[in-house]
Design a protein around this ligand. Structure first.
Ligand code: PMP
Length: 334
């Protein structure tokens, strides 16, 4: 069997240690168990398969993409397996561990300034476009604007969740960057049951929350935050606002405190967006009056963030507590 056949089909685990009302259940899809270590394996294999079928991607091609790391890991893995070259651009806030993993699999990495404005030539998205234009026989996935990104989730992750829980599902909640996850899964679940709430979680410092609630992209809102891979400084075409019921904001501390809770109480060592997703599921659970289940995803593994999220000195340096005292874990309300 090829490595690729192990992409998807991830377990859906009930989280049982969270402080939520008894009539609500929270399930997390363990996307970090994909062979490339994240949810992005699904999207990248789906887009590459399509490009190969259409003959755009062929022997000797170079795959180019802007990526916060997980898409890059999936590209590097699949490029190594299928014999393509890969050139990946990323902002410099991405952990060194993620960068090194890509070069280990043979990809070239171009690190760009996180502070470069979205419309400047030094931004990592503009840099990827330039490299693509300058590299003959290159293929760019264009994950932010490519409808196949959300379609991958519409065809795989969404159906897997529905097959496991069906009518029990009251809500799906997830943070997003390209919007592929929330839009694809959201559209599928909504098509099955229009009553399901689809809730996006947005980090403080990203533009999606204000855009959803007030219809404006406010550059003044853009501020640095430490949860990687989610939130945006520009609108991604893949983000389908029409499928969203609500957008909630979270802080780095919300996400990281929940990460520590998951690690200590559930044995799940996850990345920051997983913490954000479970934090969001908890907020929804506490508002739910009727019995039901909330589903979320755990997009990637915590090993990549040991020097940040799971490092007390780093947390203190970034004005957060070491989240070890049980009192600082997911706080008790009701
Ligand atoms: N979490 C992590 C760690 C990610 O890398 C990404 C993708 N950038 C996401 C969540 C968000 O997924 P999507 O791009 O599908 O919105």
């Amino acid at each position: 069997m090829r490595l690729q056949s192990f992409i998807g089909g991830t377990p859906l685990l009930e989280l049982t240690t969270l402080d939520i009302p008894r009539h609500v259940r929270i399930f997390a899809k363990l996307e970090f168990l994909n062979p490339g270590g994240s949810i992005k394996d699904r999207v990248v294999s789906y887009i590459l398969d399509d490009a190969e079928r259409r003959g755009i991607l062929r022997s000797g091609s170079t795959i180019v993409e802007n990526t916060s790391g997980n898409t890059g890991a999936a590209i590097a893995m699949l490029a190594a397996m299928r014999g393509y070259k890969a050139i990946l651009t990323m902002p410099d806030k991405v952990s060194k561990e993620k960068q090194n993993a890509l070069t280990a699999m043979g990809a070239d990495v171009v690190v760009c300034l996180t502070s470069a404005p979205p419309d400047s030539p030094g931004h990592y998205v503009a840099t990827a476009r330039r490299v693509h234009a300058e590299t003959p026989n290159s293929f760019m996935l264009n994950q932010y604007d490519n409808p196949l990104n959300a379609e991958a989730h519409f065809r795989s992750t969404g159906p897997e969740i529905w097959a496991a829980l069906g009518k029990q599902i009251s809500a799906f909640v997830a943070s997003g960057s390209t919007g592929g996850t929330i839009s694809g899964i959201g559209r599928y679940l909504r098509a099955k049951n229009p009553a399901i709430d689809i809730v996006l979680l947005d980090p403080l410092g990203s533009i999606y929350h204000k855009y959803f609630h007030q219809g404006v992209v406010d550059p003044g809102q853009i501020a640095p935050y430490h949860v990687e891979g989610v939130g945006e400084d520009h609108l991604a075409k893949c983000m389908d606002f029409s499928v969203l019921s609500d957008v909630l904001q979270f802080s780095d501390a919300d996400a990281f405190a929940t990460c520590h809770h998951l690690a200590r109480s559930e044995g799940l060592l996850c990345g920051g967006s997983s913490g954000a997703n479970v934090w969001g599921a908890i907020q929804l659970a506490r508002r739910m009056k009727e019995p039901g289940s909330i589903v979320t995803v755990l997009p990637d593994n915590g090993v990549k963030y040991i020097s940040k999220i799971y490092n007390d000195e780093w947390l203190v340096d970034h004005e957060m507590r070491p989240f070890r005292d049980p009192g600082t874990l997911v706080p008790k309300r009701d």
